[in-house]
Design a protein around this ligand. Structure first.
Ligand code: UD1
Length: 337
C-alpha cells in the first residue's frame, strides 16, 4: 500500500513525507513545483536514505490525476497539502484561490471516494477568525473568513464533510494547524518562502541573516499583556507527527464513515515580543526590530485547545519554542540565497 502526499515537496509536506518514509511507508509525492524546488527530494533522500516516487503534476489536472491513480493502483491513504497559501495574494486574486484550492480538492476526492481511500486535509486555525473564547476548541463556532484563502479552507472542510455524509465507507480527518514554524533538525529541509516572507518567523530569520533590514512588529497596543499579538507556534516536526498519528488512526478505523476535525497546536499562546526574545536566547543572535502599524485583518490572540487530538488520536506536541526557533535559524543559515 502507498500513501499519496500532494504538495509533498512543500514546507509541511516534505516533513510529513520524511516521517512517512522513516516509518516504513511507501510514498507517492505529487507537486507542481510552483512554490518549492525539486532539490527538496534530495534533502528527503539524504535524511531517510530513500527517494519517494515523485510525479510533477498539478492536482487540478484531471487527466494527469487519473493517470497517477492508474499507475499507482494501491494508494491506500491520501494526505492533501497542495494549495496556494498567501493571504494577501488571495485577496487580490480570489479566483486563482477558489479554482486551485477547491478545484484540486474536488478532483482528488473523486478518486478517494471511488476506492474509499482515507483522506487527511490540511486546514487552518484561520477558520476560527478572532475567537470569542481562548484557548480555541474545535467546538468554537466558525467566523466569516477574512480572506479568500481562509474561505477555501472553510469550504474545503465543508466539501469533505458532505462527502463523508454521502459515502458510508469514506473516512477523513481535517487538521486545523495553528502557526507552523521550525525545520527538520538536520537542516536539510525547511520552509522556502517565495519572495518577501509574510509570516513572522521566516521574515525574522531573513532579517537576522541580513537579507531584510529590520523586522516590523505589527501593532504594539493590542489588548494583550505586552501589546503584541498572540499565536500558537508549533514545530513543523510535531505537526508532521500529527499527520502520521492521524493516518494511523484512519487506517485502523477504515470504512467507518467519520469526518473528524482536530486542532494541531501546542496550547501555548506566545506574543510577538516573547517570540523575538526566545529567539535571541535560543540562538544568541540579536533581532533588529521596530514597531509598526497593526496589519489589517490580524487576529489579536489565537491559541489551541489541543486536548481532543491528544485524547482520541494520542498525539501531543513535544518540541519547545526554543527548539523550534533554533531549528528555523539553523535552516536559514544553511540556505544559499
Ligand atoms: C497567517 C495568515 C493565516 C495563515 C497563516 C499560515 C494573515 C492575516 N493570516 O497567520 O491566514 O493561515 O499565516 O501560517 O496573514 N508579524 C509581525 N511582523 C511580520 C510578520 C508577522 O509582527 O513581519 C506578526 C503578526 O502580526 C502576527 C504574528 O506575527 O501577530 C504571526 O504572523 P504570521 O506568521 O503572518 O501568522 P498569522 O497572522 O497567524
Amino acid at each position: 500500500m502507498k500513501i499519496l502526499v500532494t504538495g509533498g515537496l512543500g514546507y509541511i509536506g516534505s516533513h510529513v513525507t520524511t516521517l512517512l518514509l522513516q516509518n516504513g511507508m511507501e510514498v507517492v509525492v505529487v507537486d507542481n513545483l510552483e512554490n518549492t524546488r525539486i532539490d527538496v527530494l534530495d534533502g528527503i533522500e539524504s535524511i531517510t536514505g530513500k527517494r519517494p516516487n515523485f510525479k510533477q503534476i498539478d492536482v487540478c489536472d484531471s487527466n494527469q490525476l487519473k493517470a497517477l491513480f492508474d499507475e499507482f493502483s494501491d494508494i491506500g491513504g491520501i494526505i492533501h497539502f497542495a494549495a496556494h497559501k498567501s493571504v494577501s495574494e488571495s485577496v487580490n486574486e480570489p479566483l486563482k484561490y477558489y479554482d486551485n484550492n477547491l478545484g484540486g480538492l474536488q478532483q482528488l476526492l473523486k478518486h478517494a471516494l471511488a476506492k474509499a481511500v482515507p483522506f487527511i486535509f490540511s486546514s487552518s486555525c484561520t477558520v476560527y477568525g478572532q475567537s470569542d473564547t481562548l484557548p480555541i476548541s474545535e467546538n468554537e463556532p466558525l467566523k466569516q473568513a477574512t480572506s479568500p484563502y481562509g474561505s477555501t479552507k472553510k469550504i474545503g472542510e465543508q466539501i469533505i464533510e458532505d462527502c463523508c455524509r454521502a459515502n458510508p465507507d469514506f473516512n477523513a480527518i481535517l487538521l486545523r494547524y495553528f502557526n507552523p514554524v521550525g525545520a527538520h533538525p538536520s537542516a536539510k529541509i525547511g520552509e522556502l518562502p517565495k519572495g518577501i516572507p509574510q509570516n513572522l518567523v521566516p521574515y525574522l530569520t531573513q532579517t537576522v541573516k541580513g537579507i531584510r533590514p529590520v523586522l516590523k512588529v505589527f501593532g504594539s497596543s493590542y489588548n494583550t499583556p505586552d501589546g503584541t499579538c498572540i499565536r500558537d507556534y508549533i514545530h513543523v516536526m510535531d505537526l508532521a507527527d500529527a499527520h502520521i498519528a492521524s493516518l494511523d488512526y484512519l487506517l485502523k478505523n477504515k470504512n467507518t464513515s467519520s469526518c473528524e476535525v482536530y486542532n494541531v497546536g501546542t496550547g501555548r499562546g506566545v506574543s510577538v515580543l516573547e517570540l523575538i526574545q526566545t529567539f535571541e536566547e535560543a540562538t544568541g543572535e540579536k533581532v533588529p526590530y521596530e514597531f509598526a502599524d497593526p496589519r489589517p485583518g490580524d487576529t489579536v490572540s489565537a491559541y489551541a485547545d489541543a486536548s481532543k487530538i491528544e485524547k482520541i488520536i494520542g498525539w501531543k506536541a513535544k518540541y519547545s519554542l526554543e527548539e523550534s526557533l533554533s531549528s528555523s535559524w539553523n535552516w536559514e543559515k544553511n540556505l544559499n540565497s
